[in-house]
Design a protein around this ligand. Sequence first.
Ligand code: ACM
Length: 559
Amino acid sequence: MPIRTAGLSARARGVFVLAAVLLLAAVGFGVQRAAGGGDAGPGGGAGPAAAPAGPRTADRIVPAPLSATTGSGPGYRLTARTAVRTATGPDAPAQQAQEVRRIAGQLAEALRRPTGLPVEVVADGDAAADGIGLLLDPALPAETGAEGYRLTSDATGVRISARTPEGLYRGTQTLRQLLPPQIEGPAKAADGTEWTVAPVTVEDRPRYAYRGAMLDVARHFFTPAEVKGFIDRLALYKVNHLHLHLTDDQGWRIEIPSRPELTRVGAVSEVDGTPGGFYTAADYQEIVRYAQERYLTVVPEIDLPGHSNAVLASYPELDCTRSARPWPYTGIEVGFSTLCPTGDAVFAFTREVIAEVARLTPGPYLHIGGDEVKTISSAEYAGFVQQVNAQVLAAGKTPVGWNQAAPAGVGVLQYWDGRGGRDVELGQAAERGAKVIMSPSGRSYLDMKYEKSYPLGLVWAGTIDARHAYTWDPDNVLKLPAGSVIGIEAPLWTETLDTPYELDLMLLPRLPALAELGWSPKAALDWDGFKRRLAEEGARWDAAGYAYERRPEVPWPAR
Ligand code: ACM
């Protein structure tokens, strides 16, 4: 199991990172700074490509849709007459109709800001009239599913149809990608910007039902506003689950009213000893609501029985094996801590925590961790995980565990590390019916460095550039029974990351690579084509003010 060592204090690392950024920018490595952040050059290697002229065509969408064709003709130009029109029909339940109107409002708002156009919402009008029609159509083929949609555009307008509001929402994300990158800007774009949607027909639905990203808010705490920013980036690429790693050795980040010491003591600090933080119930529910509005399900993780030093500091009576380190714990070693594996007190504790987290979480999943427990026997471990698994089920949620929890009967397992026979154990669990989320650490861990000399991140699972993140098949990492893999998740651990800017540098451009693996049909996956589409996303991130790495393996357009 990895020992993660950073070795630098936050301040020393900050100075180091700043120096490295300036140096790399100076030599043309191309670390991109945030909004308005200067003129770092394009990456080397693949070399700059000319920015394509005209509206974005259907073959430039990320993640690649199931099918897309670009028609002839001028496409649809947004004007002062453009409205977002909903058509839900008389049979749609009132709640669905209301949800479609909310999505229409969200889209109109996103279009208004950069375009400066009025973009009104017309509820239950004629979806075919001038503008952008959102049409709820339960008669679409069943295989369209809940997230699928159809998008057509021509000179008269854009029409998105789907069986559900969720499908319409995914279609609006494609529409964003069919507009010029300036559509992502926080303020009105320069006069004269052509807001034209190319004439296209897109049929789309995802390959996998579960497409996630994880943010570790335990090693470094991120505020609700910062988590919302993270969600914004995920939504654009049709990611539909946000896994929040809420607890670890360095901090406990969610308020549990019956256990006040968890936040009074356990939340004060983070890696390197900088101040920590936690979410109140209201904060957490606000994150959940914001995610829901973008059709992301929050998956909360309470990591048990290991990664629990913050609990042990808060409630020392749960430390029967004396595994705690002095508090606050600000290092990044793993595997030393464990809750007492047996006894009424520990299961009363887990029951209360699980009940509260389940109460605050509308989504189906509750992640119980289970990784890297090194100081108790396998029998103690299995007994503990079985009890907690039962508590999650009793709280009405589906337990999820890291793949170490496979022998303990957890029904959804997140694969990250197959060493030491864990791949075999996972295979056996899948034979018994367990479902698997693929997060192989050597491919999908967004905290791994792009290359050895990169200033942020870790290397224990190797280095991961955008190409390496893209060129693997979630169905063929392990030999599992057909249908076991329900999707893919990209975890972003934050031992070395303590600002949203640093999160961005690790997320972009690798997140869209992993999102495409989760969404697009296998036949559409092709690095050479993808890297060109990915390169065009740079202008979108520039407009949005997102930092990103201008990696040399991607042919970014010259600026
Ligand atoms: C993990 O990376 N410890 C799940």
